[in-house]
Ligand binder design. Structure first.
Ligand SMILES: [Zn+2]
Length: 344
């Protein structure tokens, strides 16, 4: 998975700041063609239970791009079902015009800005977890490193004995190597017996894309030393803009088949051999996304005078404080989760 077309929700910047509008238009067209290709294989989609708690009684929530999303009545995870089979997903990413467009036109022009505004703060947070929870910094493994910007930065910071990336896509693995990053060119799910004994395992914006997130987490656990740190980031399906906008939220996407929330992801991680250390929702863009949807005429607050006031009429005065409130109370639509592999 590569960080790509969607605004980067854990940062105080939107994709627009990183990329000219003309490029975004080209990317949208490529994405639309990807969606059509996915629709053409709808007969291969698979009905699934809740990806967090396994309950089979998901309640229809909405559809997007004609795909169906359910909300689990038990853990409130939002998930696509029926969803593309693992084979269909693999073909989707391998043939994605959107990803090709992004890699060719957008990423090269924005890598420096991304390194400073996205990856450096991420690294600082990971190091903070290590310090807070006494995690050794021997080996760091990043799964789904994209072009390797974060892994290269982590290697260069000199705080970890060894940094490696796990990336099965040949083009992305090559990009990581170009940045001096050691790469294992496999899926983490296929490393079961490798026993890499890593101290820190990271997956940024990966778990929402996976057909079987539980299997992925067990595979992460298998490569961690006992007591090792797992860090995940992903959308929070109970966050402000997702709850309010539903299908109109940018986080609800044909690729985001699992929209966990801090509790449901915590339960899943616990079931896969970890103890949760902390979760947080430091997202900064919820209020802005809803405001933009209203201003663009995609969403109306006419029946919600309170939010109309906060997000539109008195935005300059109230917007920032409102977003801070969301972030500090687990209500933003982007979350971080840190967990430790149980010792036995
Ligand atoms: Zn559930």
């Amino acid at each position: 998975m590569i960080e790509k077309k969607l605004p980067l929700r854990d940062q105080k910047l939107s994709e627009k700041e990183l990329c000219p509008d003309a490029l975004l238009a080209g990317q949208e067209a490529a994405f639309a063609r990807d969606i059509e290709r996915l629709k053409a294989r709808r007969h291969e989609f698979v009905q699934v239970p809740c990806p967090a708690c396994g309950a089979g009684d998901g309640v229809p929530a909405f559809e997007k791009f004609t795909f169906d999303y359910c909300r689990c009545p038990h853990c409130r995870t939002l998930f696509m079902s029926p969803r593309p089979s693992p084979q269909v997903m693999a073909a989707y990413y391998a043939d994605s015009e959107n990803y090709r467009f992004w890699a060719k036109h957008i990423f090269p022009a924005s890598e420096d800005a991304r390194r400073e505004k996205i990856h450096r703060p991420r690294l600082a947070r990971v190091l903070e977890y290590c310090a807070t929870y006494g995690i050794p910094t021997g080996t760091l493994m990043e799964v789904g490193p994209g072009f390797g910007t974060f892994s290269a930065l982590a290697a260069a910071c000199g705080r970890f004995g060894k940094v490696m990336a796990v990336e099965p896509t040949p083009e992305l693995a090559a990009a990581c190597r170009e940045r001096g990053v050691t790469v294992i060119e496999r899926r983490v799910e296929d490393l079961q017996n490798q026993g890499l004994n890593v101290d820190v395992a990271l997956a940024f914006e990966v778990i929402e894309h996976l057909f079987e997130p539980g299997r992925f987490l067990s595979a992460m656990a298998a490569q961690l030393s006992p007591g090792g740190l797992l860090v995940l980031t992903c959308p929070n399906g109970l966050g402000f803009d997702i709850e309010l906008l539903g299908a109109a939220s940018l986080a609800v996407d044909a690729e985001h088949v699992n929209l966990f929330n801090p509790d449901s992801l915590g339960h899943l991680v616990t079931a896969c051999g970890f103890e949760v250390l902390e979760s947080s929702t430091p997202g900064r863009l919820d209020a802005e996304f809803v405001r933009e949807a209203v201003l663009a005429g995609h969403f109306s607050l006419k029946d919600n005078p309170f939010l109309q006031r906060v997000l539109i009429d008195e935005w300059e005065r109230l917007g920032h404080g409102f977003q801070t409130f969301l972030a500090e109370n687990g209500l933003s639509s982007h979350m971080w989760l840190a967990a430790r592999k149980r010792r036995r």
